[in-house]
Design a protein around this ligand. Sequence first.
Ligand SMILES: Nc1ncnc2c1ncn2[C@@H]1O[C@H](COP(=O)(O)OP(=O)(O)OP(=O)(O)O)[C@@H](O)[C@H]1O
Length: 341
Amino acid sequence: MTEKNVVLHTEDLKIGYKAKGGQETIVAEHIDVDLHSGELICLLGPNGSGKSTLIKTLAGVHSKLGGQITVFNESIDLLSRKEIAHRLSTVLTDRVTVGNLSVYNLVAFGRSPYTGWLGSLSKEDEEKVRWAIEATGLKEFVNRDINKLSDGELQKVMIARALAQDTSVILLDEPTAHLDLPNRVEIIRLLRKLAHETGKGILLSTHELDLALKAGDRIWLMNREKELFKGVPEDLVLNGTFEEVFKKDSFDFDIETGSFKIHRHKDKIVSVNGDPVPVFWTRRALEREGYRVVEGEGASLTITAQTTKESYRWQINDKLSIINARSVYELLSALRKENLS
Ligand SMILES: Nc1ncnc2c1ncn2[C@@H]1O[C@H](COP(=O)(O)OP(=O)(O)OP(=O)(O)O)[C@@H](O)[C@H]1O
């Protein structure tokens, strides 16, 4: 039995690959997850942890190795292609290889579960196609041949096609991989809005940890040990799961800022104080250099970062000398030259 607003549900799902001889390679198993109507879930995990395999399996385009997948309480095994397409749309990473197709026509393919492959579009179909094109910011490309688009533009067209399909469930594999920062933020914001305002259940995989932590209502987190953890982003950070999954020798996950930092040397400690904006960027530069940055006056090496009328100024104080710098470059050069720590 599943909860009322669950649109996609798995029970003891096993995903992976089967060789010709029947030998199984298990990518992940014992997956029990629910996707609810009205929520955006971000699927995270290191390279090769199984995000694409999971999305393809949930979409019914790749066979599961075991367990159950239900879409609106019906087993995916019992649904036809068309029935699946009425409930669920998918954006995968595979590049489309169709010749001479306009952006409009590719997005209009999103309506094919309703119109048939070559069916003509009703007024409602056309409205949905136009809406999807506008929502993804593709209006100026509407007549462009899809072979003449950049990777990022094509990615938006594929998202628009899924939006035009207007299903209750949308699964997207790395939908922002080719997009620049403003477009990434815009697409994630659009997907969040769609989930929250129209009650769709949306799952997207991404490597954008920061964006996922901020935008996902919940996170599914896969590791390389065939496990999947789920929870509200902040809980996964606070209980250490996030750090554990992405652990690398050279990086630390900073629980205070929610970002990864290059490993710090314990013996290089510096105090930074001054105005908040230059302090923030100075801190970043120093951490990249391997310093452990502390608040206030706790270290023998102190840096003061100030905002002046036109620019910024830094002062390095190591108790024996004072050095002034007019840029972060000068500051770092001085620290390296003096070998201060
Ligand atoms: N066709 C295949 N046959 C056998 N193994 C495969 C196949 N495709 C992928 N794999 C393996 O399955 C595992 C999961 O791959 P998958 O592409 O799902 O990971 P991912 O989390 O999406 O990775 P990435 O972040 O690099 O895109 C990997 O070990 C991969 O090598």
